[in-house]
Design a protein around this ligand. Structure first.
Ligand code: ATP
Ligand code: MG
Length: 177
């Protein structure tokens, strides 16, 4: 079942990036200019299963790193914008090899791997898991071309109903900043 709680996507993305970067340092060694550049814009708090959401982000960021040719550091941008009422749309865009248009509708099906990508190893299950995670929250997930080249994955999740915390409690502070 879903274990819903308020999940800060900024924290989850930061954790996934830290783990992936540590793993790359360990397996690839080499100069740190080969490590992925991952820019995460301010992300919302969502009402979601934390473990599943972490797995979702790890699969998507893992793909963005994997499907960028070796010797070229991955460039990944994670961003979010409001979707229809109560939902947020998150996008993960990379500048890697891209998904051929004919494969884009099928990559969320178990074991579907783009024929053009057979030199990259994988089981074809990562995106099927992502699809299932998003479905169980009632959202949608799609793959498309990143307008700047590469791949863009977009998914929706329900946003937290909590209002943003005030920057400073009323009456607190000394007037200095
Ligand atoms: P694994 O089960 O280890 O994740 P996989 O990466 O092959 O294996 P998916 O993550 O499900 O499987 O992705 C399915 C296919 O979609 C991939 O084989 C690849 O062809 C394509 N794909 C997924 N993400 C990207 C991406 N960011 N850039 C380019 N192609 C991608
Ligand atoms: Mg994968």
């Amino acid at each position: 079942h879903l274990n819903r709680e308020l999940v800060d996507l900024n924290i989850l993305v930061a954790e996934v990036i830290a783990e992936r970067t540590a793993h790359l340092r360990f397996t690839r060694g080499g100069p740190s200019d080969q490590l992925p550049s991952i820019v995460s814009e301010s992300l919302p708090i969502v009402d979601a299963d934390k473990a599943m959401t972490r797995q979702l982000l790890d699969n998507l960021i893992g793909n963005a790193i994997k499907y960028t040719p070796a010797g070229e550091p991955a460039r990944i941008v994670v961003s979010a914008e409001p979707d229809v009422g109560g939902w947020i749309r998150v996008q993960i865009a990379d500048r890697g090899i891209g998904i051929p248009a004919g494969d884009q509708p099928h990559v969320f099906t178990s074991f579907h791997r783009a024929a053009a990508h057979t030199s990259y190893t994988g089981t074809g299950l990562g995106l099927a898991i992502c699809h299932r995670v998003i479905n169980r929250h009632g959202g949608t997930i799609t793959a498309s071309d990143n307008p700047g080249g590469g791949t863009r994955i977009q998914f929706t999740l329900p946003v937290s109903a909590l209002p943003a915390a005030p920057l400073e409690p009323a009456g607190a502070g000394t007037g200095q900043s």
